[in-house]
Structures are given as C-alpha cells and as structure tokens.
Design a protein around this ligand. Structure first.
Ligand code: ADP
Ligand code: MG
Length: 380
C-alpha cells in the first residue's frame, strides 16, 4: 500500500511527500458501557489508512483517494465543504483543527486504506486520525493526542452527521502494538494492558447483515439504563451513571422498575465488572478467562440486553460448539461482526465450518477479517 501511494503521489504531485498512517479498531469487551459511564477496552488493528502528504503553499487542499480513484480539491473555509462524502472526513479534520487554534494551510495528499468499510472496524476513525495526526505534525500545532481524537469525533458530529462517542478515534490515535487500552468513559482516564495472545488468533466474522431496529432499540436501551440508574440513585445518591452502581443496589430496586429495565441494567453492571476481570486476566496472561468473559458478554447482549440477532447467535453458538476460546457480538448489535479468540490449531476448521454452516442457513458466507492489535496514528 505504501509503495502504491508513493508512486501515485509522485505521479500527480511530485516529490517530497511524507507518509502517515492510522488504524481501525476492535473492542475486546465493554459493549454498551460508554453511555453508562463504564469502561470500554479497544485496541488499534493492523488495518488502517495510509496518506502521503505535502504542504503546497496555497490555501487549497488537493486530495486523491486511491481506493475510489477520485480527486477533489477544496478550500479551508467553513463554506468550502466538498461534495464527496469521503473528502468531508478530511475537510472536517482541517476545520476542527483550525477551530482549535491550529494552523492548517493548503496541502496535497494521496491516501488509501484496507479497513473494510462499514463493518464495525471504524474505517472513518482511521481516516480522521490519520489526517488529524498528520496535520498536527506537518504544521507543528502541538495539539495533544486526546484533542486529536476529539478532532475526529467532532468531524463525525459536525461534517458527517454521525453522533458517535470517543472510543473509535481514541483507539485509533492511542493504539499500540501488543496493547489494549481500557478507557473510563466517565473520567476519560485510560490504561494500557498487555495483549499478546501467543498461540491464538483474533478473527472477526462479519454476518453482513444489518437489521433495521438498531437506532430505535438503542434509544430504548439508553432510556432503560437511565431509568434504572435513577431508581438506584434514590437510595445511593453517589450513583451518577449506571456503571457506578453495585449489583446488590440494583436488586434493592427490582420491584420498583419494569423487569425489562432490570435486565438491561443487570447486563451493564455485569459488563463493567467483566472488563475489569479481563484486564486482571491479561496481566496474568490468562487468555482462557478472557475468552470465557467474551462468551458471558455475548450471553448478556443476547438474553438480557437483547441486541443480538439470529445470525450472530448462530455464529456464537458455532464457536462454542467448536471449543473456540472466546466469541461475542462486537459493536452495537443487530448485525455486524462477532469477534473470536481462536487457538491457532482450531483456526482453519473453525473458519471452514463457519462459512459452510452459515451459508447453508442464511444463504451467504460471513466475511472473515483476521486482526492483530497494532500501532495507531503515526508518522511512517
Ligand atoms: P465504518 O464503520 O467503517 O467507520 P463509516 O460509514 O463510519 O463506516 O465510514 C465509512 C466511510 O469512511 C466511507 O464511506 C468513506 O467515505 C470513508 N472511508 C473509509 N475508508 C476509506 C478509504 N480507504 N478511502 C476513502 N474513503 C474512506
Ligand atoms: Mg465510522
């Protein structure tokens, strides 16, 4: 990819470009915890965006997308919003940098990526982080890394119409090879934990389905969590978010809230604890416990939080049957991928069986993405 980008850059813009890269991400555990003030546990992956960039001494950005084989140019004022969706990510990063007092002048860039689009691996965060990091470096703005992540998040909010949290951009900017990062979504404190699963592979199976329910169900889940938190708060005023609550505090209010809200809250409180348990297990190098927690999360998402679907439950069950170490739905649910921790010697049989059995039942094969936890935003 680097070579292809370099030759295209040289062909269109000449010599002197500098290459930067950033990454997509996975989240090992900690699902639907972000808006409950709990933990997420993401890491950057070995699939990302690479861009070659050079300031061009004008007020115009000239941008070439190798994957779409399209070129565009735009100015740096708010009214210069480009027509192409893919260019808006870069335009947004420029604008958000400028809004924070940073300098951005015209530049030329060629970029490409290998994060599958819309598969739940956050190709958009990879694109934003790559350019946020690169512009900060090239124009010497000295913006700190957390703010670079926020530049990506604000780009999604203000230029792409996606009201996302901070996890994707955070992971993409802060990612380190061999480490996952536990982020406290309430305080934004974070800590790296070792993730070197020797003898295992991490593999995503993409169901390639997206059920329509997702956004209305999401709002209902949030309301249930807020309702449960409010009930607990009456007894324990220190509970700001549901993740602050102890499990027994939830039991105290069981009769006061709808059973459905109770089950949703039971999942969230359990999930916050599972993230902590997984971190402990990783410090011991105990990947069997990590895997078991992944299954527990899947169970919770499927039976208590009810955001799974037939296809994902099928893939999870198949993993269990084949003695795969860990497996769960990753992301918001109602479609997308399962993330699986698979022993090397089981890998081939598992993938073969998953493709065959899934296709027999649902009429198409799942897509397979191997991932390795890798570095995030950087200069190459
Ligand atoms: P994801 O879940 O992968 O982040 P999004 O819909 O949020 O999915 O972002 C995908 C969009 O990001 C694409 O439609 C495109 O506009 C942009 N994008 C991502 N990767 C690339 C790439 N390699 N080249 C051009 N644009 C890209
Ligand atoms: Mg995205």
């Amino acid at each position: 990819m680097q070579t292809k980008i370099h030759s295209k850059f040289t062909e269109i813009f000449g010599e002197g470009g500098v290459q930067f890269a950033s990454a997509g991400r996975i989240n090992l555990i900690g699902e639907h915890t972000d808006y409950n003030g709990g933990y997420v546990f993401p890491g950057a992956i070995d699939k990302g965006i690479v861009a070659e960039i050079k300031p061009n001494g004008t007020d115009t950005v000239r941008l070439y997308s190798l994957d779409y084989d399209e070129q565009t140019s735009f100015g740096l004022r708010e009214e210069d919003l480009p027509a192409q969706q893919w260019a808006r990510y870069v335009f947004g990063v420029c604008r958000e940098t400028i809004k924070r007092g940073g300098t951005v002048k015209g530049f030329d860039a060629v970029f490409a990526g290998d994060v599958p689009l819309g598969a739940g691996l956050s190709s958009s965060a990879a694109l934003e982080s790559c350019f946020a990091f690169a512009l900060n470096d090239l124009f010497g703005n000295g913006i700190d890394k957390f703010e670079l992540a926020k530049i990506g998040q604000s780009t999604e909010h203000n230029y792409c119409g996606v009201k996302c949290g901070i996890m994707d951009q955070f992971a993409s900017v802060f990612g380190k090879a061999g480490s996952l990062i536990r982020l406290n979504c309430k305080t934004l404190e974070y800590k790296y934990f070792p993730f070197n699963p020797k003898g295992y592979k991490l593999v995503l199976l993409d169901s390639c389905v997206k059920h329509e329910l997702a956004s209305s169900a999401y709002n209902k889940r949030r309301a249930s969590c807020e309702n449960a938190a409010a009930a607990i708060r009456r007894n324990h005023p220190e509970v700001e978010f549901l993740s602050d609550a102890k499990r027994v505090w939830l039991d105290e209010v069981r009769e006061q809230i709808p059973e459905e809200d109770f089950l949703r809250a039971e999942y969230v409180i359990g999930e916050v604890q599972r993230v902590l348990d997984v971190c402990d297990a990783l410090e011991r190098g105990d990947y069997e416990t990590v895997g078991e927690m992944m299954y527990q999360t899947h169970f919770g998402l499927s039976k208590l939080y009810e955001v799974s679907c037939e296809e994902l439950d099928f893939l999870n069950k198949l993993a269990r049957r084949m003695d795969v170490t860990g497996s769960r739905v990753m992301g918001g649910g109602f479609g997308g991928c399962t993330i699986n921790l698979v022993k090397d010697e089981l890998y081939e049989d598992f993938i073969k069986a998953a493709k065959k059995e899934f296709a027999a039942k649902f009429g198409h094969e799942p897509k397979v993405y191997d991932v390795v936890v890798s570095d995030g935003a950087r200069r190459l």
